[in-house]
Design a protein around this ligand. Structure first.
Ligand code: SF4
Length: 395
């Protein structure tokens, strides 16, 4: 098991490494090996933050887990996701694995020749194309000036062979991808520019920029990760029983309930204490934990705030605009998979709720509590109205 397998555990070579290693997943789970905790972290961060990177350190090399635990955490994370048995969870998990992988790919592609030649833990674009059987379907765009980016080596040198081998020694800005794979890996829902009618199409191939090609590859990773999920576990191996409490924690955290009519009014004075505490903490410039920031973002999105509004609302806090935007967009995606805020019980488990005034008796989650307070208030001032007035005065 090497560092490259750990970094890209969905690669065929990584699967082979797991199959060849003399490790038994049921035994690892029964022994509560480090890979099990890392798998839980993998799934939790995927569902809450859209990344599977370890909080203990980003790749390459700084994770508190060794390469074996990293690699084995992937099949165990797939087991956890299967046990969750929720389509939205599978979608979010696969998307997060793909997003994290492509972050690493971008870093690998930015690695200069010299470093690359001494590191076997980086991939080249040709390696990726070969991994997804796209070597013959993707070619540098002949109309682009040759070597328009700085010339680079081909990394681990597998180079995918065939047509993609022509990319060796240069890294063009544009490529041509056969229309079949283009249609399979991209979606018109990504925006007008992705529609075939808006694309330069010649000889059965579509012209794409390098970034667009990477977006298509991200979709290929997502597809591979989601493949086969959820799967049935052998009843006699005891894995489901051994992972029961971890699965229950993940379920509680996500608490897939839906709200027909969110209260679409932003009245900070009526926010529940848990959310007020989190906002005040962030205003003191204290960093929020992943669970805290997820709970706050899910609440703000749940009351109808747009990503722009959340960014403006949190402008003078420790939360950075980019992180807010990512998380709120993740929470409000249009695929029908948005998550409501966690329940009061879950927030209590995370130390976020202190059950002030015993109001867990009043509502089971912060959003319901807020709804009740808004309904009971004589007068409600919407923060957005004040902001609109400020903007008008500034203009
Ligand atoms: S009981 Fe619920 S709404 Fe109240 S502070 Fe705790 S988590 Fe928030």
């Amino acid at each position: 098991m090497d560092a490259l397998d750990a970094k890209y555990p969905f690669f065929a070579s990584a699967r082979e490494a797991v199959a060849e290693a003399a490790v038994s997943l049921p035994e690892l789970v029964a022994a509560d090996a480090p890979a099990v905790e890392r798998a839980r972290e993998r799934v939790e961060r995927a569902l809450l933050e859209g990344t599977v990177a370890s909080e203990s350190g980003a790749f390459p090399g700084e994770s508190a887990y060794d390469a074996q635990a990293e690699l084995l955490s992937y099949p165990i994370a797939r087991i956890l996701v299967s046990l969750l048995d929720s389509d939205p969870a599978i979608e979010k998990y696969a998307a997060a694995e793909a997003a994290t992988a492509m972050e690493r790919v971008r870093r690998d592609l930015a690695t200069d020749d010299e470093l690359r030649s001494v590191s076997s833990a980086t991939v080249a674009l040709d390696d990726l194309l070969a991994e997804f059987d796209l070597a013959a379907a993707v070619r540098p765009d002949a109309t682009a000036p040759a070597g328009s980016r700085a010339s680079r080596g081909t990394g681990s040198g597998t180079a995918g062979g065939g047509a993609a081998g022509t990319t060796s020694g240069r890294d063009p800005d544009h490529y041509r991808i056969d229309v079949g794979p283009y249609l399979r890996l991209t979606s018109p829902e990504w925006g007008e520019s992705w529609r075939l009618v808006n694309r330069a199409l010649a000889d059965g191939a579509v012209r794409v920029s390098r970034e667009e090609l990477l977006a298509a590859l991200e979709a290929a990773v997502e597809e591979r990760v989601a493949e086969g999920l959820p799967f049935e576990l052998a009843a006699d191996e005891g894995i489901a029983e051994a992972l029961e409490s971890r699965v229950a924690d993940l379920r509680r955290l996500l608490s897939e309930r839906t709200y027909a009519e969110p209260p679409d009014v932003v009245a900070p004075a009526l926010f529940p204490p848990c959310m007020t505490n989190l906002i005040e903490k962030a205003e003191r410039d204290v960093a929020l934990s992943a669970a805290e920031s997820f709970a706050l973002m899910a609440f703000l999105v749940g009351i109808g705030m747009s990503p722009d509004e959340v960014v403006a609302f949190c402008a003078d806090t420790s939360l950075d605009a980019e992180g807010i935007r990512y998380q709120t967009e993740f929470l409000t995606d249009d695929r029908g998979t948005q998550y409501p805020p966690p329940t009061c019980e879950t927030l209590a488990n995370y130390g976020i709720c202190h059950n002030e005034d015993d109001h867990m008796q009043v509502a089971a989650d912060p959003l319901s509590y807020y709804e009740k307070r808004v309904a009971a208030a004589d007068e409600v001032t919407d923060w957005r109205d004040g902001r609109a007035t400020d903007e008008a005065e500034e203009a």
